[in-house]
Design a protein around this ligand. Structure first.
Ligand code: NAD
Length: 487
């Protein structure tokens, strides 16, 4: 399907959005943005360097003492509502941009665009309802607390869910009155740039949001090390997260780390298998498995193992794979580099029982970054494919005998992001929700339909800090205590 992308990109992709306007990168250097469905260049984006980072941070700092800093909570609420209205008008084009850029099937990109709108709805409603407390104290004192912005917040985000992550981190930071510098991924950043222009159109005061495209070890690192940044929200890999934490430690600033996962779904013999199977599949293969909360491990109780295995094999054989914009079940990976990583893991799996491999259409997929969704069975929980985050369309089935063993396997990786439990036994649901190490537990569902309202984040190597829901507004603000001695 041939679509003219120039008709869809209404902003200048080669510029940085600094101090309320589009500015040429000082380096005059550019990066190619590639469409992973066909390997073709979409456009060039700015390769921001130190000067651009410095200007962005200075602009954000100035915004805090300018028009944006004078906004009341109600003003911020109304501004977010205006941004929401522009996002709403552009849902379809945002979805298409995400599909070309990320390689995400169109229906999934549309869901992400709708989620961005929902975040704006949720946080615009919350902006003027967050407040401190009065605290009972000694006689002669009145004590109260204030929730204040950190100041300049840096947001370094990955390529897999740009719109969703902008919603849960950038929008939450703006809600609390912070001034933002956003560094999207060099592999996919069109919707981040589009969001900057949407904010400009809606009238967001200059400097409240700055967006810089660029490479991680350049613009990303410079931003995370900048002494005038007061908070860092990082979503990405464990290795970069660890470096970001070091930068934050040097400058003594708080950091939220949203990292990887090896999330299990656990299916007990009393589960409703018909209800579970679509979630087992979708949670593993959404965005071609490139999802932090991808359910890449499926734990199945021995007595129903063969039955579930059979159903999943059939489902894998029916999967369609192809270009994102044509909305197949599974699209490409983000890049050829990611294909190589996944293929390396598939080689590690050569000693495993391969149950199914979806077919890739050789005509429509020949130039893109495609990997066939693959299902492995009877996998040892210690196998590398059951331990490491692959970030591709690969799932492993692991049999277990009882609840104790299921908990041991579920908790047996370095990650702890999300867990899905499929069982009708209420007591078991309660016990396991307590004993499993994860930031979110879903019982008889997985993901609860996206859950803008539900605090999200990990434990262990999945990171720390919480985004989404009202909890994000606590993360993006500081509590100040005021004690008045009035006698
Ligand atoms: P990545 O860590 O390579 O890159 C993430 C971002 O960091 C990009 O913008 C990149 O440019 C930047 N970056 C890279 N090196 C940097 C450096 N030295 N200093 C500062 N910034 C730097 O991750 P990725 O490959 O883009 O994304 C995949 C990873 O993200 C996976 O591990 C996935 O699980 C994780 N992820 C987590 C969540 C979550 O909410 N927990 C959500 C999405 C993705």
């Amino acid at each position: 399907m041939k679509i003219n992308l120039d008709d869809m990109i209404w902003f200048d992709t080669q510029n940085c959005f600094i101090d309320g306007s589009w500015q040429k990168p000082k380096s005059d250097n550019y990066i190619s943005l590639i469409n992973p469905s066909d390997g073709q260049e979409i456009c060039k984006i700015a390769r921001s360097m130190k000067d651009d980072v410095d200007l962005s941070v200075a602009s954000a700092k100035n915004a805090l003492s300018g028009e944006w800093g004078n906004y009341t909570a109600l003003d911020r609420s109304r501004m977010l509502q205006k941004i929401r209205n522009v996002v709403k008008e552009k849902i379809d084009v945002l979805a298409k941009l995400e599909s070309f850029d990320v390689g995400k099937p169109l229906a999934q990109s549309k869901a992400d665009a709708n989620a961005l709108e929902r975040y704006l709805e949720f946080y615009s409603g919350a902006a003027d309802k967050i407040h401190g407390d009065t605290i009972p104290y000694q006689s002669g004192y009145t004590v109260y607390s204030l929730r204040e912005p950190h100041g300049v917040t840096a947001h370094i985000i990955p390529w897999n869910y740009p719109m969703q992550i902008i919603g849960r981190s950038v929008v939450a930071a703006l809600t609390m009155g912070n001034a933002v510098v956003l560094k999207p991924s060099e592999d996919a950043c069109l919707t981040a740039l589009a969001f900057a222009d949407i904010c400009r159109e809606a009238g967001l005061p200059k400097g409240a949001l700055n967006v810089l495209s660029g490479l991680g070890h350049e613009a990303g690192q410079m931003l995370s090390e900048h002494p005038d940044v007061n908070h860092i929200s990082f979503t990405g890999s464990v290795s970069v997260g660890s470096q970001i934490q070091k930068s934050a430690a040097k400058n003594i600033v708080p950091v939220t780390l949203e990292l990887g996962g090896k999330s299990p779904q656990i299916v007990f013999s009393d589960a409703n298998i018909d209800e579970a199977v679509p979630f087992l599949l979708k949670a593993g293969l959404q965005n071609a498995g490139q999802t932090c909360s991808a359910s890449s491990r499926i734990l199945i109780q021995n007595s129903i193992y063969s039955k579930v295995e059979e159903v999943l094999i059939k489902a894998y054989k029916k999967l369609s794979v192809g270009p994102a914009i044509e909305d197949f079940d599974v699209g490409p990976l983000i890049s050829d580099k990611q294909v190589k990583t996944v293929e390396r893991y598939l080689k590690f799996g050569s000693d495993l029982k391969k149950l199914a491999e979806a077919k890739i259409n050789p005509d429509s997929c020949s130039k893109g970054s495609f990997v066939a969704p693959t299902l492995f069975g009877d996998v040892d929980p210690q196998h590398i494919l059951a331990q490491e985050e692959i970030f591709g369309p690969i799932q492993v089935l692991i049999p277990f005998s009882d609840e104790e063993e299921a908990v041991k396997i579920a908790n047996g990786t370095k990650y702890g992001l999300v867990t899905g439990l499929w069982t009708k036994d209420g007591s078991r649901q309660m016990r396991m929700a307590k004993s499993i190490k994860a930031g979110q537990i879903f019982i008889n569902n997985y993901g609860a339909g996206g859950g803008v309202e539900l605090p999200f984040g990990g434990v262990g190597h999945s990171g720390f800090g919480r985004e989404k829901g009202i909890e994000a507004l606590n993360s993006f603000s500081i509590l100040k205590t005021v004690a008045v001695n009035h006698g």
